[in-house]
Write a new protein. Structure first.
Length: 150
């Protein structure tokens, strides 16, 4: 499918990722082309960067996100991310990471919660801990997560 876009000096046509002419495109003039089903499945469906050192039992401060409605702190180092628009099913892949600033120990790990329902169509539950002491969950200043799925 070709997408026609207009620019400052003319009109270009994009087909199969190739621009048919070298027109100068004005900022904001490009409309996103429809992605085929294969590419849609490969796109990140949600991501978030939040402060994980907030109060237990409250929503955490989200620095930036896409398709994330909230992040709730269940306990120290234990968070539930709620998506704004749920995915089609629970067969998603989630990739959390964490950083604790101001600490002399940089061995931090973020992973999916050990519960069977760590990923649902609308939520992802993650934990953060010191990788030297796996049994102890800790809060991290920067917690990030990407979610891919249908």
């Amino acid at each position: 499918m070709a997408t026609v876009i207009s620019g400052d000096t003319g009109v270009s046509q994009i087909q199969d990722g190739v621009v048919s002419s070298s027109a100068k495109i004005a900022p904001g003039a490009v409309a996103q082309a429809d992605l085929d089903a294969t590419n849609k499945a490969a796109q990140c469906k949600a991501w978030v960067n939040f402060n994980g050192s907030g109060t237990v039992g409250t929503n955490q401060t989200i620095r930036a996100s896409y398709n994330v409605a909230s992040v709730f702190k269940n306990a120290t180092g234990d968070y539930t991310i709620t998506l704004t628009t749920p995915m089609a099913d629970a067969n998603a892949a989630a990739f959390p990471s964490a950083i604790a600033t101001g600490s002399s120990d940089n061995n931090f790990q973020a992973s999916l919660h050990k519960s069977a329902g760590a990923v649902t169509a609308s939520t992802v539950r993650i934990i953060t801990r010191n990788s030297n002491v796996f049994t102890t969950l800790i809060d991290c200043d920067y917690v990030m997560c990407q979610v891919y799925g249908n």
